[in-house]
Structure formats: structure tokens, C-alpha cells
Design a protein around this ligand. Structure first.
Ligand code: ZN
Length: 283
């Protein structure tokens, strides 16, 4: 199979899997949840030199490095789901090479499957369109909001829009990549952000809001928050700050309620337990 055929096969399989599990064409996906539903257990462990591992035997499991940023872990999880659905054998993924030309066909297939699962063309177009933002010449803050909505990294979304979807020119992508993320986060929040920042707007969708302790999510001014895992603050902009492991919910204007999940940074163990509430005397 040539590269184009592999890309077509990967996108088709991602689309088939989304449909099989009732994920709408423009919905964002939580790959951890999807892996669970497929029967793949996902475990977070400290892997300093590896991105992720997929092992088929004795029972299928995905191991993800806690050393990587949250968006990267989700992308790696989707990539390893790809190895699973394509029937590949046990696979040790080192830090991904940025040059797709250096990849084996299995790696290319898993990579494009992950992109198709997390950021299908129709979903990316819809995410910009429903916010009234330009897909061809987006601003850095707009790309950031959409990337966080899909749960992927800022640079990952830009690379996907430039090289796979081909909806932005290289010159536009280069300009977007010059943006300093620390500055962007602080500008969006209205105060200095030391960890991660999400912007949850009325277009967020169904995917749970996933935070680590110390992360912040800007929410619409009228949105309410219920739960003990975060604190809602009103200044300088209405936001919630994640404080302890646990879950809660954010009620948006359109009366939809979105689950919020908070985990410890560098949590190790089964991914499905990452936001279980901890006893008050836990360290
Ligand atoms: Zn791989």
C-alpha cells in the first residue's frame, strides 16, 4: 500500500470505529473511555524514554507515559488503539519522530488513525464554524481553544490542519507556531497560568472536561459548577481551578451539564481510576 492508500484506510477505520461506538461526526472523543469500551485496558506509568506501549498478549493493554503532557497522552492512546484495531503486534513507541517519511507503514497507519479518531476533518471544520472563526486564517487563541476542545496539543492541531487537512497555508501555520503558549494561556485566562488552561464555551460538546490539580478552566460567566474537585472563581474571568482528585459538573447556558474530572499530576495506575476521589488524609 502506498502512503495515500494507508491514509485512506486509517481515516476509514477511525470513522468506522467512531460510528460503531455512537460518536457523532463532529464530536470530540475521550480515547481513554473509548479504549475501555473496546476492551483495552489503559495504564499510566512513568516511562521516561518511551511515549507509549501497546501489548496484545496476554490481554490487550496500552501503557502511557506520565512524563508526557495530557494532550500527548491522549494522542498516544488513540495511536495505540490504532495498533490494536489494525491487529498489529506488541509495539514500543519511542518519542514520535516528527518526520512521517521515517515511519514504518504500521506507524504511519496508527498515526493517521489517531488523527482521524481525534480530529476528523468534519469535526475540525464544525468546531471553527460554530464559533464563527475562520478555518483558513485562524488566530492563535482560536486554534488553542479548539485544540483543547479536542484534547490535543496546540502544535498537533496546527500540524494536522497544515499537512493533513491542508486547510491552512504553511505561512499561516508558521505564524501560529511562533505563539508562546504560556503567554496565550495567561491572555485567555486574564491572569498568569502556571499549568494547563482550558476554555470551555457553549460549543464545548459532550466530552468530559479533564483537568489535573492546578489546572484552570475558563467557563462562561453564567455557568455553574457543582462538585468538590475544583473551586469556582469569578475574577478576573469566571473560571474553575482544579484542587483535588474527583469529579463534578459544569452547567452551561444551554442547560447542558458537562462532567468535570480532576486527577493528580503524574497519576500512575489504571487510567479509569485517575480521577477517583481520594481520602481527605491522603498525601
Ligand atoms: Zn506506534
Amino acid at each position: 500500500m502506498n502512503v495515500r492508500e494507508l491514509a485512506t484506510r486509517a481515516a476509514a477505520e477511525a470513522s468506522r470505529l467512531r460510528a460503531k461506538y455512537g460518536i457523532g461526526p463532529s464530536d470530540a472523543v475521550c480515547p481513554f473511555e473509548l479504549a475501555d469500551r473496546i476492551g483495552l485496558s489503559v495504564r499510566l506509568i512513568a516511562l521516561s524514554s518511551l511515549e507509549a506501549i501497546y501489548a496484545r498478549e496476554p490481554s490487550p493493554v496500552i501503557l502511557l507515559s506520565t512524563e508526557r503532557p495530557a494532550g500527548r497522552r491522549r494522542y498516544s492512546c488513540a495511536h495505540e488503539i490504532g495498533h490494536h484495531v489494525f491487529g498489529h503486534g506488541t509495539c514500543l513507541d519511542q518519542l514520535f519522530d516528527d518526520d512521517p517519511g521515517a515511519w514504518s507503514s504500521d506507524e504511519f497507519l496508527a498515526h493517521r488513525f489517531a488523527a482521524g479518531l481525534l480530529m476528523p476533518k468534519i469535526a475540525v471544520e464544525a468546531a471553527f464554524d460554530r464559533r464563527g472563526w475562520s478555518l483558513k486564517s485562524p488566530r492563535p487563541n482560536e486554534v488553542y481553544v479548539v485544540a483543547q476542545n479536542f484534547g490535543v496539543g496546540y502544535t498537533t492541531l496546527i500540524g494536522h490542519m497544515e499537512c493533513t487537512l491542508r486547510c491552512v497555508l504553511s505561512s499561516v501555520a508558521t505564524g501560529l507556531l511562533k505563539q508562546k503558549l504560556t503567554q496565550l494561556r495567561s491572555d485567555l485566562a486574564g491572569f498568569q497560568i502556571d499549568q494547563d488552561l482550558l476554555v470551555v464555551d457553549d460549543h464545548w460538546g459532550e466530552r468530559p472536561i479533564e483537568l489535573e490539580i492546578g489546572d484552570v478552566a475558563v467557563i462562561p460567566p453564567s455557568a455553574g459548577f457543582t462538585g468538590a474537585c475544583a473551586i469556582r472563581k469569578t475574577k478576573p474571568r469566571v473560571h474553575i481551578a482544579a484542587t483535588i482528585s474527583g469529579s463534578g459538573s459544569v452547567a452551561l447556558n444551554n442547560s447542558r451539564s458537562i462532567e468535570i474530572r480532576v486527577s493528580r499530576p503524574r497519576f500512575t495506575g489504571l487510567a479509569r481510576y485517575r480521577y477517583l476521589e481520594e481520602p481527605a488524609d491522603a498525601e
